[in-house]
Design a protein around this ligand. Structure first.
Ligand code: ZN
Ligand code: ZN
Length: 238
């Protein structure tokens, strides 16, 4: 178990491009989960809930950054076992429910190849529209400024139109989803996956303005201290 800030647990798996999900425990007895990893049986998330002395029934909110396969694997299982309310941006909701395919990305490999060959299999799948997740209805449309569990919702479009990030003010924790990545390198999202680069740059600048201490991302390890500095230089370089 990896606790990256008080009550903030980082969950990872290698499949899905070192994908991460985050379990949040604010001490109220209610848990909030951000994204659901790649595996459809959700065993890593369920083990973590048990590992901190809770049961799946304590999971009240599942919030989703966006509707890409790597982040939705365990969703249907977790919803069934926990009865949690599933929150996502309205634009992503029908993809999550299995009613619309995810928007395709380019098949042209990202450069430099030496960096991005490791995740090309995911780009290839997304370019061909492969890789379906077990569908799950969304219960609640999350929008900018909403408070869900301990976090505030930030609409951060660019990677996808309905991409969300989450800000836990007390912890100075930013969960940036795929708007930022630390695998294979620290980057403003995987370039080929960013559907709207202009929106994406604006979202990164907005997130940098929060000056987070801890930065959690969808792919790669979290930055557990001094995130603000690194994020600011990334925002300024774009
Ligand atoms: Zn994505
Ligand atoms: Zn992703």
């Amino acid at each position: 178990m990896t606790q990256i800030a008080p009550g903030v647990y980082s969950l990872r798996q290698n499949t899905g491009g070192h994908v991460h999900a985050f379990l949040l425990d604010d001490g109220s007895g209610s848990l909030t989960l951000v994204d659901t990893l790649f595996d459809t049986d959700a065993h890593r998330v369920l083990d973590q809930i048990e590992g901190i002395g809770h049961t799946p029934g304590d999971l009240d909110h599942i919030v989703l950054t966006h509707a890409h396969r790597s982040h939705l694997g365990g969703l249907a299982t977790l919803k069934r076992l926990s009865g949690a309310t599933v929150h996502a941006h309205e634009w992503e909701a029908d993809i999550i429910a299995g009613e619309r395919p995810a928007q395709r990305v380019t098949i042209i490999p990202m450069r430099p190849l030496a960096t991005y060959w490791r995740v090309y299999y995911l780009q290839f799948g997304a370019a061909l529209g492969r890789g379906k997740h077990p569908p799950c209805p969304v219960d609640s449309f999350a929008k900018d400024g909403d408070e869900i569990g301990p976090v505030r919702v930030l609409h951060t479009p660019g990677h996808t139109p309905g991409h969300l990030a989450f800000w836990w003010e007390d912890r100075r924790l930013l969960i940036a989803g795929d708007a930022l990545a630390t695998y294979p390198v620290f980057e403003a999202g995987w370039p080929a996956f960013n559907l709207n680069p202009t929106q994406q740059r604006a979202s990164v600048r907005r997130m940098a303005g929060l000056e987070p201490e801890v930065l959690a991302v969808g792919h790669g390890e979290p930055i557990t201290g001094g995130a603000s500095e690194r994020l600011r230089s990334l925002a300024n370089s774009g």
